[in-house]
Design a protein around this ligand. Sequence first.
Ligand code: ZN
Length: 278
Amino acid sequence: MPFSFANVDGRACLVEDDSYFDLERISQGSISADPMQAIARNTEFHELAASLGSHESDGVVSETRLRAPVPRPRNSFGVGLNYKDHAEESKMDLPKVPVVFTKYPSCIAGPYDAVLLRGDSNDYEAELVVVIGQTTRDVAYDQAWSHVAGLTIGQDVSDRALQLAARPAHFGLGKSRDTYGPTGPVLVSPDNFDDPNDLSITCDINGERRQDARTSSLIFDVPFLVSYLSEIMTLEAGDLIFTGTPAGVGMPDKRFLKAGDVIRTTVGGIGAMENTCQ
Ligand code: ZN
């Protein structure tokens, strides 16, 4: 049974339609209310999701109460230049191995949180985000999806001036200012999707469509990234992988974010995030 997981006011919950169910309550205390501890138990969520009909809900999900589904990831990776059209608009060669950087966990924010801009060259990047489900070391490509707890939406907000201030570029700092990593609104298990390797992804700025692509265009797809990273280091439940952004970012035309801009990011089958710039 597929599940949809959310962080409602700091508590781990399952979501069905518009209702949420507190995991600590419906598991009779077996699963922690803390989202990070709860996510490590994600394999049990499938059975619990099937039982939701026998529980009262804790209420209706409201956007203002949703926090990042994975609020304190141990590791958080970003992947650069992972769509051919984005590599071209960035005037960069196609990578032969994934271009991986650190999106420092302290930048993670919620699906409706404000993005607190610094400087005047900030850009949006709609991304599919992978959440690792278990301790993962040297996993084969064919087995990689079974190590994924689920998928969520992310914005890899990027301070381009800071990113390019050093040579070689320090992606990690440029993409990790406080609040520059909105994620959510929910974490959806892979079995929710007909094909988790082919999802629509969009980004609108103030209602204007800027990015519109499918994750089937990823150069290095989700199982490849999980397998590749797991050969380098052990992955743990709750680790995040921001998988890269398609064409349409603001940098080529210097259409940078400004205070008051509303960033709306969607991934098919997951939902939408909306973040206002301040
Ligand atoms: Zn990115």
